[in-house]
Ligand binder design. Sequence first.
Ligand code: FPP
Length: 258
Amino acid sequence: MALVDVSRIPQHVAIIMDGNGRWAQAQSKPRTAGHERGADAVRATMRAARRLGIPSLTLYAFSEQNWDRPEGEINALVDLLCECLVSERNELLDNEIRLSAIGRLHKLPQHAQNRLLELSAETKSCKGMTLTLALSYGGREELTDAARALASAARDGEIKPDEIDEAAIDRFLPSMDVGPVDLLIRTGGERRISNFLLWGSAYAELYFTDELWPDFGANSLYCAIGDFQGRQRRFGLLPELEQDATARKASRELERAV
Ligand code: FPP
């Protein structure tokens, strides 16, 4: 088992869950069987993240581009999501996990939107971890929506164009509610970000694994975090200045919070 230093846990882990289809193909099963096993991997990863004390876990569950998949596969994914939102209710509540969702959620079927809203409301005071599902999500789409909302706010006199800085943009990006990504994991062998959390991943450490998502689990997460902990984060600075940068970042976040 990989060694994890629990005193240096990444605050925000985001995962591109890839490889369900290939996993199914390798087993001569339909793609939907891969997604079902993928849901088991979601459960195992969520539990492991909670046990480690990771404050935020964001999962790329359905991209804007996934709408181009065959209708049968889309319906199976939506059904699976709805089933999980029912079956995992107690797991979330018992483990103090707050559910959140980002993306163009209005494009989801109404019953899925309702279930998401209900479980988000039920878990809203859970403080142990925030589990964010990115659904009908795209990083460029999120930035586009934020630009539109900022322009409207400027037109309505709610913000002056000169006041638009990074912190203002953060406030218009739902994905930034849980802060920037520290560790971005992608399974399935591809080495791409695929339009996920483009703004928040600016300084994320990237971790790619060939493991297919249905095979991912607690130990895979420990390996990714162990690897993350072996890296030196620089935030664009020289190594000896890294500590200062971390301190500056923390004080900037404190300023924003007050
Ligand atoms: C990518 O695999 C995965 C997805 C498009 C969907 C992720 C969905 C799940 C893990 C299932 C359930 C999720 C929740 C939150 C309940 P792929 O189909 O692109 O795999 P391939 O690249 O091998 O074809």
